[in-house]
Write a protein that binds this ligand. Structure first.
Ligand code: GTP
Ligand code: MG
Length: 469
C-alpha cells in the first residue's frame, strides 16, 4: 500500500513538472502491440542530433533538438522488463521473424533528452528530460475489463446474446454437458474443472476461427493461474430470467450455482480488478491499435466479432461516471489515437480508406472521448514494415502493388491486395469480396539501420511532440 502511494506521489510530481508520460498501448490479441512498442523504442533509440531521416514527421527530431534516447531502469521492479533485445534479435535473424505472442506483462522506461525551445530558458539552451513508461500485456486479458461492470448474471446474459453462428457450433460440446448439470446440487470441484476445460477448449476454437471476443481472457492464457479454481468457471448462458431468480433464492452456498458465482466474483475482484488497477487506472495518453485487415480477410463473422469486441470495451464509457472502466478516458488522459495497424499489407493509395474504416469501427468510443475533451486522432501505420511499394506495368497500364516475402511459402511475391472499404462493409462486400492478402515475413534488418516502418513518426509526434517543446 505504502509503495503504491509513494509511486503515485512520484508520478503526480513528475506529471506536474511535465517530466513523465505513461502511455497505454491498448489492443486486442494480435493487433500489433508488441510490434508497435518494439518499433517505437527502436525509432526513438535511433534518434541523434544530426540525421533523423527515419522519422521525418517527428518535429523535435527533424529540428535536431533531440539529444538522445535511452532505456533506463523502470520504476516497478516486480514487473519483467519488456524484452526489446529479444524482439530485435528475432528481427535480426536470417531469415527474420516477428516477435513472439505475449504471454505476460512487461514494462519499459525511456529517457528522452532534449533541447528546450520555449520561453526565456531557450536562450540559455536549457535541456530537459522526458520519461516515457510503456507496458505490454497479452491482448486477451484486455477483454476482461468489461467484466468489472458486470455481475455473473449480466455477464452470462451478455454472452448468450452472442451465442449464434460459428460460436454456437463450436460451443456444442461444452454446452451439452453444462446444461445437464443440476445447478442446485452440491458442487463437485472435479466436475467443474472438467466443464471449465471444455469451455476453455471452446474459447481456443473461437480463437482459431479468427474470433476476437473471448471471455474470460485468462482462460486461454492463464500464465501462473493455470489449473487454479480461479479459472474454473463458465457463464450460464442458457438460463432464463426466472431460473436465475429461482436459483438466487434457493441454491445453497455449497451448490454448483453458488460456487460458479463465487469463482466469477473472485476472478473479477482479484484478477481483473488488480490488472486494471495496476496498469490501466493511471496513464496519460493512449493508443488503441486494431488490425482491421486480418478480419476483413477472414470472414464477415470475424470482422463483426472484432467490432463487437471493441465496442464492448468502449461502449462502457456511455454508462456514466460510476463505471470503473470509464476511468480509461478520465480527464487526465489528454490524447488518444486510434491506429489501424499492419498498413504495409495494402497499397499506399488505400491508406485513407483504412483510416476511415478505423474511424467508423470505433465511432461510439471516439465520440465519447471527444465529449470528454480528449484530443483525438486516427492513423494507419505499419510498425514493422514487411513490404515495399512497387509500380507494376500490365497491358500498358501502371498500377500500385506490394512486394514482400509471403509467410505461407516464404516466396517473394508481388501482389495487389485489393481495395479496402472506407466504410463498414455491407452484405455486398462479403458476397463479392475482392480483398485478399497474405501474411508477410519481416524484411531483413540492415546492420545499423532502424526498423523500417510506415508513419510511426506521425504517432511519435502526436504522443510526444508537445512535451518536447
Ligand atoms: N506486415 C506486418 N505485420 C505485422 C505488423 N505488426 C504486427 N504484424 C503481424 O501481427 C502479428 C501480431 O503482432 P504482435 O505485435 O505480436 O501483436 P500483439 O498485439 O502484441 O499480440 P498479443 O501479444 O498476442 O496480444 C505479428 O506476428 C505479425 O505477423 C506490421 O507492422 N506489419
Ligand atoms: Mg504482444
Amino acid at each position: 500500500m505504502f509503495n503504491r502511494i509513494q509511486k503515485e506521489i512520484t508520478q503526480v510530481f513528475d506529471r506536474t513538472l511535465d517530466r513523465s508520460l505513461r502511455i497505454a498501448v491498448t489492443g486486442l490479441s494480435r493487433s500489433g502491440k508488441t510490434a508497435f512498442i518494439t518499433s517505437l523504442i527502436n525509432q526513438l533509440m535511433y534518434i541523434n542530433q544530426e540525421n533523423n531521416r527515419h522519422v521525418p514527421l517527428f518535429e523535435a527530431a527533424r529540428n535536431g533538438r533531440l539529444l538522445g534516447v535511452k532505456r533506463i531502469p523502470q520504476r516497478d521492479l516486480r514487473v519483467p522488463r519488456f524484452d526489446y533485445e529479444a524482439n530485435l534479435s528475432e528481427l535480426s535473424q536470417n531469415p527474420p521473424h516477428f516477435p513472439q505472442s505475449t504471454r505476460g506483462i512487461s514494462e519499459t522506461r525511456l529517457a528522452i533528452r532534449y533541447q528546450k525551445q520555449r520561453g526565456l530558458m531557450s536562450l540559455i539552451k536549457e535541456r530537459g528530460t522526458l520519461y516515457l513508461d510503456i507496458f505490454d500485456y497479452p491482448g486477451e486479458w484486455l477483454l476482461d475489463l468489461p467484466l468489472l461492470g458486470q455481475s455473473f448474471q449480466q455477464w452470462s446474459q451478455n454472452l448468450s446474446e452472442l451465442h449464434q453462428g460459428k460460436r454456437a457450433k463450436l460451443a456444442q460440446n461444452w454446452l451439452k454437458k453444462a446444461k445437464n448439470l443440476d445447478l442446485s446440487a452440491v458442487a463437485n470441484e472435479e466436475v467443474l474443472a472438467n466443464l471449465a476445460k471444455d469451455y476453455t477448449d471452446y474459447l481456443h476454437a473461437c480463437k482459431a476461427e479468427g474470433l476476437n471476443f473471448i471471455q474470460p481472457g485468462r482462460f486461454v492464457l492463464p500464465a501462473e493461474l493455470a489449473g487454479s479454481p480461479s479459472v474454473q468457471f463458465f457463464p450460464l448462458i442458457w438460463l432464463k430470467q426466472e431460473e436465475w431468480q429461482q436459483l438466487e433464492k434457493t441454491a445453497k452456498s455449497t451448490s454448483y450455482f453458488a460456487m460458479l458465482k463465487d469463482r466469477y466474483r473472485y476472478y473479477r475482484k482479484h484478477i481483473v480488478k488488480a490488472f486494471y488497477e495496476n496498469y490501466f487506472s493511471h496513464f496519460d495518453r493512449q493508443v488503441i491499435l486494431a488490425d482491421c485487415l486480418t478480419p476483413l480477410n477472414h470472414s464477415r463473422e470475424a470482422f463483426e466479432d472484432m467490432q463487437q469486441a471493441l465496442h464492448q470495451l468502449f461502449s462502457n464509457f456511455h454508462y456514466g461516471k460510476r463505471n470503473l472502466l470509464n476511468r480509461l478516458f478520465a480527464p487526465k488522459i489528454d490524447k488518444l489515437m486510434f491506429i489501424a495497424t499492419k498498413a504495409d499489407h495494402i497499397t499506399s493509395d488505400q491508406l485513407p480508406n483504412l483510416t476511415s474504416l478505423m474511424r467508423q469501427l470505433v465511432q461510439d468510443g471516439g465520440r465519447y472521448a471527444e465529449f470528454e475533451g480528449v484530443e483525438l486522432d486516427y492513423s494507419a501505420i505499419a510498425a514493422i514494415r514487411s513490404t515495399q511499394q512497387v509500380n507494376v506495368n500490365q497491358n500498358g497500364e501502371t498500377f500500385k502493388a506490394i512486394r514482400g516475402v509471403r509467410s505461407s511459402d516464404k516466396q517473394q511475391v508481388t501482389v495487389y491486395p485489393g481495395s479496402v472499404p472506407a466504410k463498414l462493409p455491407k452484405a455486398e462486400f462479403w458476397a463479392t469480396r475482392k480483398f485478399e492478402f497474405d501474411q508477410f515475413e519481416p524484411q531483413p534488418l540492415e546492420q545499423g539501420e532502424p526498423i523500417p516502418h510506415l508513419r510511426m513518426d506521425v504517432v511519435a509526434q502526436f504522443l510526444l511532440g508537445d512535451k518536447l517543446q
